[in-house]
Design a protein around this ligand. Structure first.
Ligand SMILES: CC(C)(COP(=O)(O)OP(=O)(O)OC[C@H]1O[C@@H](n2cnc3c(N)ncnc32)[C@H](O)[C@@H]1OP(=O)(O)O)[C@@H](O)C(=O)NCCC(=O)NCCS
Length: 328
């Protein structure tokens, strides 16, 4: 068995390994629904392009039998998906690939490194614990299906309102300034964090778009929203807010929750008016107010993962900001 860097040509094999390995694990977990939806070429291509220099496959003579993909946003990184063909599991391949990725990411200078996995897979909890990962928090998918369009619950009565603008709608110097705002806001949430590459990649793969949030003409937050189906079986119409950052400017710190509510409502309005009929927000449970606002707006919790991080590279966001993110 040898380990080498991932290539675009591995896509078909990776999809196959993922299907067999995850369905096998779902059966072991006792799930009723054990079929893994078929990831679209678009989403798989996006994953493979994210951080190929730190993503690896394990191969034997017949080709890859396992893979470990990585994603790096500046100095923050996470691993996933990861899988090994069932007959080859339990022989050290998963560990070898994960350790290779961790070394490559550390060499690239990451200071936060983790992953998200299924809390009910005791095997995975054991696997990552043995690799020195620690439990951080849960992350939730909170979703809402708009049967009758957007209900009339408006923005909060008092407090500041935000203006939203799409990064995709900008060009030239305006676009560069928008991208610089993405870097600046990320850095204010956590030193060295930078979502710029993910914003550009989502646009390049036509997977979705990013909206910047302005308060009195000043950029204070952004959200990366995927609008294309993730699975071949899925129909068009779901907008996924995978990332949402908000940094209140000085003087507005006391209004953080109102600003967040204004941003969430603005995003809902924008996408539901555009014809989407479902929205999913990814919510790390540490951000209680985000969960509460979404519950008030009739969102339902319909999926959970557990976030783990390397013992020496934990997540360390600044206080007084919002950082919704998906490490999966
Ligand atoms: C998780 C997965 C990638 C691990 O790969 P692997 O090659 O089987 O793992 P390894 O052989 O390197 O095992 C490393 C450690 O995992 C744990 N482990 C492996 N098999 C295990 C089992 N049957 N029961 C409990 N722990 C197990 C052990 O801690 C082991 O360490 P040890 O050998 O020192 O005891 C693989 O099992 C898999 O593809 N699972 C299905 C897909 C999935 O759930 N992926 C992870 C999503 S986040």
């Amino acid at each position: 068995m040898s380990i080498r860097g991932v290539q675009r040509e591995d896509a078909g094999r990776i999809r196959r390994i993922m299907k067999v390995a995850f369905e096998d694990e779902y059966r072991r977990m006792g799930l009723k629904q054990t079929r893994l939806p078929t990831m679209t070429d678009q989403l798989l291509g996006f994953y493979l392009d994210r951080t190929p220099e730190c993503s690896f496959v394990a191969e034997k003579k017949g080709g890859p039998i396992g893979f470990c993909l990585a994603c790096r946003w500046g100095t923050t990184a996470w691993l996933g998906p990861i899988a090994v063909l069932p007959p080859a599991q339990g022989t050290g391949i998963g560990r070898a690939m994960v350790e290779t990725s961790i070394t490559a990411l550390k060499d690239a200078g990451v200071t936060t490194l983790g992953l998200e996995t299924m809390p009910r897979s005791y095997r995975n909890l054991q696997f990552y614990s043995q690799l020195g990962m620690r439990f951080e928090q849960m992350t939730l998918d909170m979703s809402h299906f708009y049967k009758n369009g957007l209900s009339d619950e408006g923005a909060p009565e008092s407090g500041p309102g935000l203006e939203l603008e799409s990064v995709a709608g900008t060009a030239g110097a305006e676009r560069e300034s928008a991208l610089q705002s993405i870097t600046a806001i990320s850095g204010e949430v956590s030193e060295g964090l930078d979502y710029r590459s993910d914003v550009e990649l989502a646009e390049r793969h036509r997977l979705g778009e990013t909206v910047l949030a302005f308060l009195d003409g000043r950029p204070v937050g952004f959200a990366i929203i995927h609008t294309e189906p993730y699975a071949k079986e899925e129909t068009h119409g779901t907008a996924r807010v995978n990332t949402l950052l908000l940094v209140p400017p000085s003087g507005s710190e006391g209004h953080l929750d109102q600003l967040l509510e204004s941003m969430i409502i603005g995003i809902e309005r924008r996408f539901i008016t555009d014809g989407y009929d479902a929205m999913i927000f990814r919510v790390p449970v540490r951000y209680h107010s985000a969960r509460d606002i979404l519950l008030r707006r009739n969102f339902m919790i319909n999926h959970s993962d557990v976030r783990m991080s390397c013992r020496d590279l934990p997540e360390s966001d600044n206080r007084g900001v919002i950082h919704l993110s998906k490490w999966e």
